[in-house]
Write a protein that binds this ligand. Structure first.
Ligand code: SF4
Length: 414
């Protein structure tokens, strides 16, 4: 890997090196105010979702003190409130929490609050709060009722669609900007038209697709036996419908692919490869409600593992973020992410546009960070890139296209 940054001279022990630290800047801070969630989606990766404990303000003060003092908050960053369900924590908790965060002189210019919610607890008062603090809002909705309710259920086993849609309508009525995250699973992978029509009907214009993943507490995926050809067909049809209507929907996966092709360097390191914050030590900092932290993919926070020990790399109550560099698990994870990305760089034509994608998916799908292809990267990096590239080439009248990359199944058969 290439980088232009040196680690601070004061770093102790086994430490970040110029080889494996890209920017020494934190782009995303994830704070878990509570592990609790008020519903019980069957594909959720988070453990302890019935635990109602909440972060103490003294813990939050310490966390922010350590973040500011680390020197990693040296540019604007996103602060994502991610639980459980973040809105299950009362609004007066956030009033106080935002006040604590705003105390730092840099906070006003550096902190962009965002929240990922299941939508079921959204009220007019929450919308006022979002607007007052310019909070970016993402809502998790999987599509029409039958699709959404298949996996996104309450603890009584009832569907959560009505409540989520009530929240969505409330957000629209209050003119709060929002995006939707949709998980594609067995129930939806063959139904791109229904999902497309649903978005159009409900005025949803910003969408990110996640493929149901084997991750954390979710030990299997309903798509496990699904060939990538079905996922490709989903994305192709969705793209086709969107194009026919003049692209009214912004789909994260296609937007990133298009930008990667048309604006080379928009998110690149000096060497030209894609900057992957998720694989960069301290690019993402994830803190649980007790002040324990991890880095790399947020999905690793609090997860037990045999291979790497704990994904908790330290506590911000007693220590600092850089104490992680003396943590054997951190060093093991970092070394394997590096090794996996090196293999990606040597073997995959998408590496320059991907940077090795999500380490957590490599671990949960392949059993190690020191690996390459996953169902997740095929679905959300490779396939969208191929679709957008083919469309651009069509528009230019180029017929000799890049030969399509064989699917996972095809490679295994070869
Ligand atoms: S697309 Fe997958 S295999 Fe290719 S570089 Fe990215 S993570 Fe590695």
């Amino acid at each position: 890997m290439t980088t232009t940054l040196n680690a601070p001279a004061t770093l102790p022990g086994p430490r970040l090196t110029p080889r494996n630290s890209e920017r020494l800047a934190m782009g995303l801070l994830v704070i878990q105010p509570s592990p609790f969630c008020n519903i019980n989606c069957d594909y959720c990766y988070l453990p302890n979702r019935t635990d109602t404990r909440r972060m103490d303000f003294a813990v939050l003060e310490k966390v922010m003190e350590k973040v500011w003092n680390s020197g990693l908050a040296n540019a604007p960053f996103s602060l994502l409130w991610h639980a459980g369900e973040p809105l299950a924590v009362p609004m007066n908790w956030y009033e106080k929490a935002f006040e604590i965060i705003a105390r730092h002189p840099k906070a006003h210019h550096y902190v962009q609050h965002s929240v990922q919610t299941n939508g079921t607890l959204v009220t007019d008062a929450w919308c006022d709060f979002f607007k007052k603090h310019e909070v970016e809002v993402g809502i998790s909705i999987d599509g029409p009722r039958e699709i959404h309710d298949h996996h996104r259920k309450t603890r009584k086993g009832e569907g959560s669609f009505d409540k989520a849609m009530r929240g969505l309508e409330c957000i629209k009525r209050n003119e709060v900007p929002f995006g939707v995250v949709t998980v594609i699973s067995d129930i939806s992978v063959d139904r791109p038209d229904e999902i497309y029509d649903f978005y159009r009907e409900h005025g949803i214009t910003g969408i990110g697709f996640n493929i149901e993943e084997i991750e954390g507490a979710n030990k299997s995926s309903s798509l496990e036996q699904t060939g990538s050809d079905r996922i490709r067909a989903f994305f192709e049809r969705f793209f086709e419908r969107n194009k026919a209507d003049g692209f009214p929907l912004n789909v994260r996966e296609f937007d990133i692919a298009r930008r990667n092709i048309l604006e080379p360097g928009w998110s690149s390191r000096p060497g030209g490869d894609y900057y992957n914050m998720e694989a960069d030590p301290f690019g993402m900092i994830n803190v649980d409600c007790f002040g324990n932290f991890s880095s790399f993919s947020p999905e690793l926070l609090g997860q037990p593992t045999e291979k790497y020990g704990s994904f908790n790399f330290g506590s911000l109550l007693a220590g600092t973020l850089f104490d992680a560099t003396q943590n054997a698990s951190f060093q093991h994870v970092l070394a394997d992410i590096e090794a996996g990305n090196k293999k990606c760089a040597e073997t995959c034509q998408f590496y320059q546009y991907c940077g090795g994608s999500s380490p957590s998916n490599k671990y949960y799908e392949n059993g190690t960070f020191d690996s390459t292809e996953t169902r997740q990267c095929i679905s959300t990096v490779q396939i969208p890139m191929q679709i957008v590239l083919a469309d651009l080439e069509d528009g230019l009248g180029i017929t000799a296209s890049v030969p399509p990359v064989p699917t996972l199944e095809e490679r295994m058969r070869a």
